[in-house]
Design a binder for this molecule. Structure first.
Ligand SMILES: [Zn+2]
Length: 368
């Protein structure tokens, strides 16, 4: 169709088409397919201090590259400097930067303001917006140990550092206390219904709120606190922290803390990571800024649209003394949390009959 607009004769047309093909299509197709073959993103587990952790990886010229953020599992703070188009790694007093697209490392010389340059085994790649760095070079810069077991086809990293501050999934197993927790709110639809039920039953619960929702619904947030419930920080915009640079993790948490303080006049030292995703690095960062990381022991899976009966069955099956029950009070999909509201009165009645007492997460932990 394109060539009909030109007044070339048939022969010229073919010569032009041939030249275009040679110049553009053929070499491009060849290099793209060769590159694709070499840079296929695959998934495998790498063992860090005896714990296998799944990661994407690519092989390039015999070198293993993993996403820069994977090093957060080793307790390393990972950031991106837009100014220098570099990835910045910090671990104890070790600090170094890897420019994207280059085969270079700039490591800060301890106790000085100098930076030492060295050459990497292969360059830092950007694939689909994600930076991949050569594993061996980074582990060496972090002064950790790495081995490869060719029989198991597994890479093992030993960080030689203290374990991360522990996340809390349960209270005292010897006391018949239980905490109901509701994540992702406040909202205008489900939260008032849940608050009405809790009020009627005389139950104090814990709400892990996002900064965004507190900003959108400050009056509901105030009601939660006025009615004696406990609150916790659940980030501003609900990102998966393992896919978030360290500076952005801190920003997500502190901006939410400020919004909570502005709205209800006090903050909380409880934090729940979205999706329960917590790396060693984030556990250290959160601990350092004064948070206790709270997970759960009973997952109702209510966000997936479970029915009243299914939610009741899960709670009855998985509850134990000191239990922390995960539920939600905001979902963007309409009506998906109807089961949560419908199940709540029965859950409260059944657990009370079994001798459980409902307390906030704060009180649950005070009773450990
Ligand atoms: Zn959440």
């Amino acid at each position: 169709m394109l060539f009909r607009t030109f007044s070339f004769d048939k022969c010229t047309k073919w010569i032009v088409f041939f030249m275009i093909s040679v110049l553009f299509f053929a070499p491009q197709a060849h290099s793209v397919s060769a590159q694709e073959e070499a840079l296929t993103v695959r998934v495998a587990s790498i063992v860090i201090d005896n714990e296998p952790i799944k990661t994407e990886y690519v092989m390039k010229d015999g070198h293993l590259l993993v996403p820069a953020l994977f090093f957060k599992h080793m307790g390393t703070k990972v950031d991106k400097s837009d100014k220098y188009q570099s990835l910045v790694f910090r671990y104890g007093d070790i600090q170094f930067a890897l420019p994207i697209g280059k085969k270079q490392s700039y490591k800060s010389v301890k106790g000085t303001t100098k930076w030492e340059t060295s050459t990497l085994t292969t360059e830092v790649l950007e694939l689909e917006g994600e930076a991949f760095v050569p594993l061996l070079d980074v582990v060496k810069n972090l002064e950790m140990d790495v081995t490869y077991d060719s029989r198991m086809k597994r890479t093992f990293v030993t960080t030689n550092s203290a374990p991360a501050p522990k996340a809390i999934s349960t209270g005292n197993p010897n006391k018949k206390l239980v905490s109901l927790t509701f994540d992702d709110g406040p909202d205008r639809h489900y939260t008032p219904q849940i608050l009405d039920i809790l009020k009627e039953k005389g139950v104090k619960a814990t709400f892990f709120v996002t900064g965004e929702q507190v900003k959108n619904h400050p009056d509901i947030m105030k009601r939660i606190v006025e009615e004696g419930h406990s609150i916790g920080n659940h980030t501003w915009s609900h990102p998966s922290l393992d896919e978030t640079f360290t500076a952005d993790v801190i920003q997500e948490v502190t901006s939410t803390q400020q919004m909570i303080e502005k709205t209800v006049g006090r903050a909380s030292d409880l934090f729940r990571p979205p999706y329960g995703a917590i790396t060693k690095s984030d556990a250290i960062v959160l601990h350092d800024i004064g948070y206790r990381v709270i997970l759960w022991s009973v997952d109702t899976l209510d966000w997936s649209g479970k029915s009243k009966e299914e939610i009741i069955d899960i709670v009855e099956r998985d509850i134990s003394p000191g239990g922390i029950v995960l539920q939600h009070n905001f979902q963007s999909t309409e009506r998906v949390l109807d089961g949560t509201v419908e199940a709540l009165p029965t859950i409260i009645d059944h657990l009370r009959k079994k001798g459980y007492k409902f307390v906030t997460v704060q009180t649950l932990l005070d009773n450990y």
